[in-house]
Write a protein that binds this ligand. Structure first.
Ligand code: TMP
Ligand code: ASP
Length: 254
């Protein structure tokens, strides 16, 4: 087997050159990081679960007409995606106060917000992904006003759809992070949803108990991280049983 060309390695995924021009293979790792790489760990089976959950969500979104980079899953850890030019903005949509919003505005975690709120963060690890306004995004040419309008409209559709999808299986969608890219087709360009949608990038609480079923279990040392991800997959009907050996192998804080 010939070695594949690695295009990029991020904290949770490796991107390899795809079989055809304009495609990439995304490989989901078991590595977990939090607080901009200060906390690191390996969670056996996380990559498999995120690959499957992200496939499921992206397929459902494609079905309702939300354009995404997802083409198809290749194997347990890999999916074929379209190569896009990533817009260096992390888009966070929030329905219920939690995490950095609670800290910033002194809101109790779990308090419903008056309406859904969309925030933008500049994707830059060295700076710790600072929050930015639309003004910064257009002034520094990270995206145009038209692109921001498209991103806002897509984010709100994703929020509506995913809130319902998770509610139907007894899960509250507290907040989530999306990334978008530019897809060039001939002389046409359109904005598509990129990256992944998984318990790494969403806050998901059990609707009855408010138990956390997402990466906050890792960030806050609550244990049972992959078990919770497997439960999300099970409820969505993706996996009947949790894969074996789902446990935290190692977790370090530096
Ligand atoms: P926050 O409350 O820490 O700002 O996180 C908001 C949402 O964004 C939450 O669902 C987790 C997700 N998120 C990421 O996917 N990557 C990140 O680097 C951060 C900080 C948050
Ligand atoms: N993904 C980010 C990091 O590694 C932060 C987070 O998800 O909490 O460091």
């Amino acid at each position: 087997m010939s070695r594949r060309k690695k295009i990029y390695e991020g904290k949770g995924k490796i991107l390899y050159e795809g079989p055809e021009p304009g495609t990439l293979v995304a490989h989901f790792k078991d590595d977990a990081t939090a607080f901009n790489n200060q906390k690191r760990g390996t969670l056996d089976g996380k990559g498999v679960l995120n690959n499957r959950i992200s496939e499921f969500v992206m397929e459902r979104l494609n079905e309702i007409g939300v354009p995404t980079h997802f083409i198809r899953r290749i194997n347990m850890r890999e999916q074929l995606i379209r190569e896009v030019e990533i817009i260096p903005i992390e888009v966070v949509a929030r329905n219920i106060a939690a995490g950095s919003l609670s800290a910033r505005l002194g809101l109790e975690e779990g308090q419903p917000l008056p309406r859904s709120i969309v925030e933008f963060y500049f994707k830059n690890d060295e700076l710790g992904d600072p929050m930015v306004a639309e003004e910064h995004i257009t002034a520094f040419n990270w995206a145009t006003t038209q692109e921001i309008d498209d991103i806002m409209a897509l984010t709100l559709r994703v929020n509506d759809f995913m809130s319902g999808m998770f509610a139907a299986v007894g899960i509250k969608l507290i907040d989530f992070k999306l990334e978008f890219g530019r897809l060039y087709e001939g002389d046409m360009m359109r904005i598509v949803l990129a990256d992944e949608i998984s318990p790494d990038s969403c806050r998901l609480w059990d609707a009855t108990t408010n138990e956390k079923m997402d990466k906050d279990r890792f960030r806050r040392d609550l244990g049972g991280v992959t078990e919770a991800y497997a439960e999300v997959a099970r409820r969505l009907g993706i996996m009947k049983d949790a894969p074996p050996n789902l446990h935290v192998v190692e977790s370090t804080v530096e």
